[in-house]
Design a protein around this ligand. Structure first.
Ligand SMILES: Nc1ncnc2c1ncn2[C@@H]1O[C@H](COP(=O)(O)OP(=O)(O)O)[C@@H](O)[C@H]1O
Ligand SMILES: O=C(CO)[C@@H](O)[C@H](O)COP(=O)(O)O
Length: 576
């Protein structure tokens, strides 16, 4: 009977919520539950899932919040009627780079979980530090400078680890931790990523890192398939390098590795069966590319709190401006990524300003006015082809690409003469900014991904075959339309049937593959065979449109010049 078929659970522990969903072997979602950190938690002074210490540019999240979320999501799945004895595999997706610091009691506490108590009640003593640095943290400039120098240059660090040093990457974060909290570091038995933290909860002991998510630490030499000794030496600070190695632990190449059975706690408390196996949880972005059998010519744009641009590719071409990770399931493939801090929250700032300006601060549909403004403004704000283009950067938080302080900059650009002027004249704020912020974000993606796209033939310009939108913002048709105009996509812009749950879905598919694969069968092969295109994806906007795509090609040149100008200005400010 279909209702007795196995189930596979995928969790997504992201910035603003925990989601858990269960799929059957046909890849169909049967159950889904969500815990919104701000709306549903009790006892934490968080905003948008995090806490901040502005003075030191720190952003962090309480680990106990995630335990409360896990208790609640499991309970909610049970209340929906999920029969946990059907679950054969569990995997997860964690916000990338965040680190969890386990106490010396952690293994004991995890091993002896008491089914009568919640996780939150009994794991408070399992952490040497109650907080996990969040990917939005910008406190590690000094450590990043040291990481960028350790192999000679940022280029060489990128060549070895897939990325130059970034504030949020776990290596620089650990080095700062050894300096800010040396006594706590000494009392830390193990360090997990958010992904391996999820797996640890279900295994009842501390799980190894995942082969893809480990690439978000600036510690793993991707080509050598090992930690880089020189970098580990730097990262251990004044402590010994062997101690750091113990805290990090070893890992498996195989993303479908059977880590062990679900812990007794879950069998007693929820009715899981002993043959439910834990498969390594990965990062939220690597999990997102597992939500469909992605082809190397496709692009995914994840419109979550961060905006990320993802491609699966056989080529390893590291560059300080981008990221390469091991592919989460398939040896020989890599994940290419761009990541922006100013994604969803930056768009919300413009949305709120527009709503306030219309004296409708809380409309029933919060995005209606934003969408209407975005769609009624012409591309680049040009009413006629001879008008100047409007270009801007909208960064309420310090940005990663390019590495710039928080701020807003507005320009006009003459695509014929190349004249670029910093001015607000001609701008109607905030109305013009709805289209301008989407254009700004998409132009940056097009600028930085052009080396990886190819012509689809018929004399067409280089562009993706398809653009898939996922994450909270993928519900927005105005964003989808403008994304298609700028990024192209010969077949169009698509959304997954459950677009804002893509990373939980990718994690669940990873569990399906980990358990059901035949000897040597790849993820793409297994998921490809079960994938039902017409049921799982929906075309939401046109992609390549002749004329508009080329107009935005000119805008990309202006955008590149604008970023260069702003970077020079900000560098001059710093010099005083
Ligand atoms: N209709 C919409 N239009 C545009 N953005 C939206 C819409 N609905 C939700 N969002 C955005 O989605 C973001 C959350 O996305 P989600 O993928 O759930 O987040 P995360 O995984 O980072 O926790 C919010 O910041 C919000 O701005
Ligand atoms: O830092 C990165 C990727 O490098 C972020 O993408 C985090 O992985 C958090 O993602 P969301 O919470 O926005 O999904």
């Amino acid at each position: 009977m279909a209702s007795q078929s196995p189930l596979y659970i995928g969790f997504d522990l992201s910035t603003q919520q925990l989601k858990g969903l269960a799929v059957n072997p046909d890849l169909k979602v049967e159950y889904i539950a969500k815990f919104d950190f701000d709306a549903d938690s009790t006892g934490f002074s968080i905003k948008k899932g995090v806490m901040t210490n502005e003075a030191e540019h720190e952003v962090f999240a309480p680990v106990a919040l995630w335990l409360q979320a896990m208790d609640t999501v499991l309970e909610s799945l049970r209340k929906q009627g999920l029969d946990f004895s059907r679950v054969k595999g569990i995997s997860g997706a964690g916000q990338q780079h965040g680190s969890v610091y386990w106490s010396t009691d952690a293994e004991q506490l995890l091993q002896h979980l008491d089914a009568k108590k919640s996780l939150e009640e009994q794991l408070s003593g399992a952490f040497s530090h109650p907080y996990s640095p969040n990917w939005q943290d910008a406190s590690t400039q000094q450590e990043c400078d040291e990481f960028d120098a350790v192999l000679g240059s940022p280029e060489q660090l990128a060549q070895a680890t897939g990325s130059k040093a970034h504030h949020r990457f776990t290596g620089p974060q650990i080095l700062r931790f050894t300096r800010k909290y040396p006594e706590i570091y000494e009392k830390t038995s193990r360090i997990s990523l958010v992904s391996s933290f999820i797996a640890s909860l279900f295994l009842g002991h501390i799980a190894p890192f995942d082969i893809s998510d480990v690439c978000g630490m600036n510690l793993w030499n991707i080509k050598q398939g090992a930690y880089d000794e020189k970098i580990l030496k730097l990262c251990s600070g004044k402590f010994d390098v062997e101690g750091l190695k113990t805290r990090l632990g070893s890992l498996y190449e195989d993303g479908g590795k059977h880590l062990g059975s679900v812990h007794q706690y879950y069998r007693e408390r929820y009715g899981f069966s002993a043959d439910c196996t834990v498969i390594p949880a990965t990062g939220d972005n690597p999990a997102t590319i597992l939500a469909l059998p992605l082809r190397p010519s496709d692009a995914m744009v994840s419109l979550g709190t961060s905006t990320t641009f993802l491609m699966s590719t056989p080529s390893y071409k590291p560059d300080p401006a981008t990221h390469f990770f091991n592919h989460p399931t398939t040896a020989g493939l890599y994940m290419f990524m761009l990541c922006y801090k100013n994604g969803g929250l930056a768009r919300e700032h413009v949305r709120d300003a527009i709503n306030d300006n219309l004296q409708d601060p809380h409309p029933a549909q919060p995005w209606t006015h934003f969408d209407e403004k975005a769609l009624s403004t012409s591309p680049m704000g040009q009413k006629s082809p001879t008008d100047l283009m409007k270009l801007g950067l909208f960064f309420p938080r310090p940005e990663i690409v390019p590495n710039l302080r928080a701020g807003q900059w507005r320009f006009t650009y003459n695509p014929t003469s190349g004249d670029l002027t910093e001015t607000t004249s001609g701008w109607t704020s905030p109305a013009d900014e709805a289209r301008a912020i989407i254009e700004s974000q998409m132009l940056s993606l097009r600028l930085r991904s052009r080396g990886l796209t190819h012509s689809p033939g018929d004399g067409l310009p280089a562009q993706p075959r398809r653009v898939y939108l996922v994450g909270g913002g993928s519900k927005n048709k105005a964003i989808a339309k403008i994304a298609g105009e700028i990024l192209g996509g010969v077949e169009g812009v698509f959304k997954l049937d459950i677009g804002d749950n893509a990373c939980a879905l990718g994690a669940a598919y990873k569990a399906v593959w980990g358990i059901e694969r035949a000897e040597g069968q790849t993820f793409e092969d297994l998921i490809g065979q079960r994938w039902k295109e017409e049921e799982f994806v929906e075309k939401i906007a046109d992609g390549y449109q002749e004329g508009v795509f080329e107009l935005y090609g000119k805008a990309v040149e202006g955008f590149e010049a604008m970023e260069k100008r702003v970077l020079e200005q900000v560098a001059a400010e710093k010099r005083g």
